[in-house]
Design a protein around this ligand. Structure first.
Ligand code: PLP
Length: 480
């Protein structure tokens, strides 16, 4: 937390930039015109919970806002729209349960065989059955860990050896590349096709890459960053190909709740072919659905004891008491909040997509994302206009002059590491931060096919989203 003075300053700047000074929203001229011209679908839905009121996160050491201010050397920010968490106050049921446990004022080790952890596991099974129709989770083949990354790293350690390849349809969530580094495995990237405004797997290329060195494929379902909610047909094809070529599927379903209207989340474990399902390992967590990333609680399951046993052996993780309590409370009492939140995100995705198409000609977007609260922006024209390539080359030259830096090596240890070349997408990111006071994620970090793109997170109040889009549109207008 910042010392009070700085926090207050951050709060004032947040209110000013979110258009909320004095508690009154000042809609930008562009937003007003879009709101007037837009269909009713873009109006944020109302309900029991207030997602409309901007919630100031500045001063709490969060990546999305504070790190953006720090790393971009900014005095204020209209919106942090990078890392995948949400700006909303969490479901009240979570806060109530945490308050109750905190009142006990003792933080000893948790007994994993006690009624609490057992009820937690049973609750997960019941939630997955009721909400998604997943019938196959056996409590003995359900593991708890400290995050989806921790689980994926266990699975990769169990299913691969250093040097083995991991097949992914790209662009794909950048965190997977970190998991590969930790396990010394190598990415085999199959570039997706862009067809009629949405991404599809290039099946011929995907199968062609299934050489004997490929032991695992990481599937992101629904897909971060391109927002696909894979159909049953696509998942069947994915699963059958992997089975045929002895490639184990790790299905990361952390974004499963953010499914837009007219789309569907198909859990990989509900595919009809039992052999396909037995060739898979599913990772899930409430951390995206209820924005509980800081609570470090995730789980995995497989119908195949061989896969599960191999992975659990690599999992040296206890259940975090606060993580368990928050997720348990979320599943027990947060469904109404979640449903309203997903509707709110759906309307935000609709709004952002229409807004950009109508008002920001230098940014291209495809169809409205089918899933996730992320939007994938083609910023080729912005990169060209600001000379991002040249700026990146110059920044790389300058950084090279300052030698190696202290960072993390592949095993996470502090070490002197070589500076990576600065990318044009990073320069586009700096440009938006400095000129629109909006932070986005550079697309090149999402692997092959990510160049000339930025990822934008719309899980925020409509007011903040509107202010951010207005600010981006205004900044780009000055460039034109
Ligand atoms: C697809 C995907 N998997 C995993 C994670 C990280 O999960 P965790 O924080 O539980 O390790 C993210 C976070 O953005 C994600 O988008």
């Amino acid at each position: 937390m910042y010392p009070n003075g700085k926090f207050d300053q951050g709060r004032r700047s947040f209110l000013k930039n979110s258009g909320m000074a004095g508690g009154v929203l000042a809609l930008g001229p562009l937003a007003a015109s879009v709101a007037a011209a837009g269909a009713a679908a873009t109006v944020p839905p109302k309900g029991k919970y207030d997602f409309d009121k901007p919630h100031n996160r500045i001063g709490h050491d969060d990546v999305k806002w504070d790190a953006a201010l720090r790393t971009e050397h900014l005095g204020h920010l209209v919106a942090g729209m990078g890392i995948a968490d949400m700006d909303f106050r969490c479901a009240p049921a979570i806060t109530a349960a945490l308050r109750k446990r905190i009142a006990h004022e003792n933080w000893g080790y948790l007994d994993m065989g006690a009624p609490g952890p057992i009820a937690f596991k049973n609750g997960l099974i019941a939630w997955n059955r009721k909400r998604y129709g997943i019938e196959v989770i056996d409590p003995d083949l359900l593991g708890i860990t400290t995050g989806v990354h921790a689980g994926i790293i266990c699975a990769l350690r169990a299913f691969t050896r250093p040097g083995d390849k991991v097949l992914m349809a790209t662009p794909i969530y950048n965190g997977f590349y970190g998991d590969l580094r930790y396990t010394k495995t190598v990415a085999e990237e199959s570039l997706m096709k862009y067809v009629d405004g949405r991404y599809e797997i290039d099946w011929e290329d995907f199968e062609r890459r299934m050489t004997p060195e490929v032991k695992v494929s990481i599937l992101c379902n629904p897909q971060n960053p391109v927002g696909r909610a894979w159909t049953r047909e696509e998942l069947n094809r994915y699963g059958e190909l992997c089975l045929k070529h002895n490639v184990i599927v790790i299905s990361d379903e952390i974004h499963c709740d953010f499914i837009m209207k007219g789309q569907k989340y198909v859990p990989f474990s509900t595919l009809e072919n039992k052999d396909v399902v037995a060739n898979s390992f599913t990772m899930k967590s409430g951390s995206k659905s209820f924005s509980l990333a800081a609570m470090k609680c995730a789980w995995f399951f497989s119908t195949n004891p061989k896969l599960f046993d191999a992975a659990i052996e690599m999992n040296h993780a206890d259940l975090n008491t606060l993580g368990m309590i928050s997720e348990q409370a979320a599943y027990a009492g947060g469904e109404g909040w979640l449903n309203q939140c997903v509707d709110y995100i759906d309307a935000n995705q609709d709004f952002a997509n229409r807004y950009i198409k109508a008002n920001i000609p230098m940014i291209k977007v495809g169809r409205k994302p089918e899933g996730t609260y992320l939007s994938w922006l083609d910023v080729t024209a912005v990169a060209d206009r600001i000379g991002a390539k040249k700026l990146a080359d110059e920044a790389t030259r300058q950084a090279a002059g300052s030698g190696a830096r202290l960072g993390q090596d592949y095993s996470g240890r502090q070490a002197m590491v070589a500076r990576k070349p600065v990318t044009p997408e990073e320069m586009v990111g700096h440009w938006f931060a400095k000129n629109a006071f909006v932070q986005l994620n550079p697309g090149n970090t999402y692997g092959y096919g990510g160049a000339n793109h930025m990822r934008m997170n719309v899980a925020t109040s409509r007011k903040t989203l509107t202010a951010a889009l207005d600010s981006m549109a205004d900044a780009l207008k000055k460039l034109a």
